[in-house]
Design a protein around this ligand. Sequence first.
Ligand code: FEO
Length: 400
Amino acid sequence: MKDLKAIKIADNVYWVGAADWTVRDFHGYTTERGTTYNAFLVMADKVTLIDTVKKPFLGEMMSRISSVIEPGEIDYIISNHSEMDHSGCLPEAAALIRPQKIFASANGKTALEQHFRIGNLITPVRNGETLSLGNMNITFLETKMLHWPDSMVSYLAERNIIFSQDGFGMHLATYDLFDEQHDLKLLRWEAGKYYANILLPYSNLILKLLDELGRLNLPVDIIAPDHGPLWRKHIPDILGLYKEWAERRPQRKAVVVYDTMWESTALMAKSLAAGIQETGVSVKILPCSANNRSDIMTELLDANAIAVGSSTLNNNILPRIADVMTYVKGLRPTNMVGVAFGSFGWSGESVAQLNKMLDEMKVERISDGIKTKYVPTDDELAKCHELGRQLGEALLKKIG
Ligand code: FEO
């Protein structure tokens, strides 16, 4: 493969990454629009490659690099993040390029050793350290646990570009590399999906990073993440959205998530949602049969109330709701009110199990929930309706 060309993003700075138009599942996150693995070539006195791509895309990256310069003329490689979508081809790329040095954070050096046994090739850099590329300079800012221990971002001062690895990214395959080439609503949705499914547990660190960027007051013309389009026109929008998502101030939105065997729990879900809606809170009903866990998580990004339901099957909750709740719990949405519900035939453990999960998530439960035997009666559905109303009111009280 030799015909794929680099795309210029600024004077002497090129995108040399790859678009993955095929991927639809990214370790359990649905990527219906594919993704990109962004890598960048800085044509400074010391020619520098920033990040690499997932292993199967090595040929694409090398082709794009070769459209600008002989790969052997690259002096430095910087690895901002060791996860394999950005470092998977690093050993092979390093063998082809033979750079003078490969830079990563100290944790990055360890992670690259543990992944590929190439720690001996890595020169660690410190937080705040500036690397001279001759006529340009790159400063490293460690962003530990955003979202791996090794993560850092690189700032190219002479072009006002932050190479932000996963931060501010999204899964969207495209060769239209700038934000203004896309519908802003779509970018907000995909960036929100990325935040909800990757970064949400580290929201406190996001707030610290935003503060740090404000304190440094660096001029920024481009934020260049490792996935999806680069931010240029809408930088204030994405910074504002990150602040909003990280703060998780209560919003007037609730979700009703459930799985059902014979539609009884589904009936309960509809009555609960009707009660929530009556309070003026916006509500979405998300059956597990129709919504992937990562889309449910995206809906939770701006919701602060959850009603979660499951029938009882073999003394347990249903497998699909277990999947969703395990995933949601790991992503740690905060500042939530909630309640559990479900139908059963004879033993009826599901609601107690869901209550336990809500407690482990530190959701403020408004009651011990509601369960109904076999098919709910009209009276029982009226109780679900009332419980939904109480949940909506609890959320409104939280909003103040
Ligand atoms: Fe895109 Fe954390 O890797």
